[in-house]
Design a protein around this ligand. Structure first.
Ligand code: CTP
Length: 395
């Protein structure tokens, strides 16, 4: 389940940086929701945050919300973490004294979620003993601070008080939420979906792969910080946000795309159900019954390139290659045979007998290495994606 960060926004010029914080959290798969002080709406209209988060933005303590009359309580319970960024000296002072005179401060008082404050203000206000003591009070109550930085301030002064860099804030929040970022700096390539091999203008050879597993792996890799390329055959799924999604139709097209990115990939996961064969001749128009019977009844097939086997053989030291084996019998033996033949580091063995796995949201697989076979329990494709990435990192 997605974690929710409630972002409290107060009246400070650094408010524009909150947009970047929202984006950073969303990229890591975290849901961001905004509560603003009335004063902060002088800097930014709530519409901007509503558009970025695709969530309602709360401002007034007594705003009429049908079905949710005690809004500060529902907000306070929704949050896995309450981040206040930027946080003014005034709001720090109010929180230190338990003052709850607007929606943001009331929610802060009501929440049981950890509170993280990223202060931003003029250097003199920051250094003022009142502010320093208020921050100390809050620290002693377990509230975390992401220290302001020194530098040029909006008022023209130079000194401490600048909001910490959004990337620093995002990293700190993700760490507190225990969101894994262990693929940061790594390149991940994923193939997904079926391929479609045309016979004529309207007919083709394909299979019912939904692409869900590959898309789930690409999504999980993006969340964990990887630079992801997803090469997919025709599927009914939206592009993965944060990944480069390349859409192809045939096995040959998929091969060409993979060929250009494989060498740079640290981890390559081949989930695509690639058609092993394609018609040797593709008719320009539609073949007609009664006229083109010869062509329709005897479709000559030629073998497609084996993408995984080609890349597996080309694998360099340090690169991890993961294959899938869709089997209707003896999953372990067949998966191991593919592991050796295609030079993969491990194979995710998949029982597809009686239509299992194709299109489903859950899957039960076997992780097969050269000398081991680990059966995994039935799990969602989203969880399986993380298990596969964990296993790839362990290679
Ligand atoms: N694969 C591939 N290119 C192909 C065929 C398969 O990259 N032309 C990859 C798949 O993405 C998968 C693995 O190879 O990771 C095994 O696919 P599968 O269809 O089970 O194996 P095949 O080699 O086609 O063997 P068979 O169909 O005879 O079981």
């Amino acid at each position: 389940m997605k974690k929710t960060v409630l972002i409290g926004v107060t009246a400070c010029v650094a408010i524009y940086k909150t947009c970047e914080i929202i984006r950073g959290l969303q990229k890591a798969g975290v849901r961001a929701k905004v509560v603003m002080t009335e004063h902060s709406t002088n800097f930014i209209n709530p519409t901007l945050f509503r558009s970025l988060t695709r969530e309602p933005v709360a401002v007034g303590l007594f705003d009429d919300r049908p079905g949710d009359p005690i809004h500060h309580i529902s907000l306070s319970k929704e949050a896995d973490l309450f981040l206040i960024a930027p946080c003014t000296a005034n709001v720090i002072a109010k929180l230190a004294h338990g003052i709850a005179d607007d929606l943001l401060t009331t929610t802060a008082l009501a929440t049981k979620a950890p509170i993280v404050i990223a202060p931003a203000m003029n250097v003199n206000m920051y250094e003022n003993v009142a502010t320093q003591e208020n921050m100390e009070t809050l620290r002693s109550r377990g509230i975390a601070f992401i220290d302001a930085e020194s530098g040029y301030l909006a008022c023209g002064d130079v000194g401490k008080g600048r909001l910490a860099d959004p990337s620093v804030i995002v990293s700190a929040v993700l760490e507190m939420l225990e969101v894994k970022r262990d693929l940061e700096g790594k390149r991940v390539l994923v193939t997904a979906g079926p391929t479609v091999e045309p016979i004529d203008a309207v007919r083709f050879i394909s299979n019912p792969s939904s692409g869900k597993t590959g898309f789930a792996i690409a999504e999980a890799a993006v969340r964990r910080g990887a630079d992801v390329t997803l090469v997919t055959g025709p599927v009914d799924l939206d592009d993965v946000e944060g990944a480069k999604t390349v859409r192809v139709r045939t096995a040959c097209e998929m091969f060409l795309e993979v060929d250009t990115v494989f060498d740079d990939a640290d981890i390559a996961v081949f989930t695509a159900a690639v058609s092993d064969f394609r018609p040797s001749i593709v008719a320009d128009g539609k073949l007609k019954k009664g006229i083109d019977d010869e062509a329709l009844t005897r479709i000559e097939l030629v073998e497609n390139p084996d993408i995984l086997a080609t890349m597996g053989k080309r694998k360099r030291a340090g690169q991890v290659v993961v294959g899938f084996a869709a089997e209707t019998g003896d999953v372990e033996a067949n998966a191991r045979e593919k592991l050796v033949r295609k030079n993969a580091d491990f194979i995710v063995g998949n029982d597809v007998s009686e239509g299992k796995a194709f299109g489903a949201d859950e899957n039960q697989v076997l992780l097969v290495t050269k000398d081991d076979a680990k059966p995994l329990p039935l799990m969602s494709k989203a969880d399986l994606a993380n298990v596969i990435l964990d296993a790839a990192l362990e290679q």
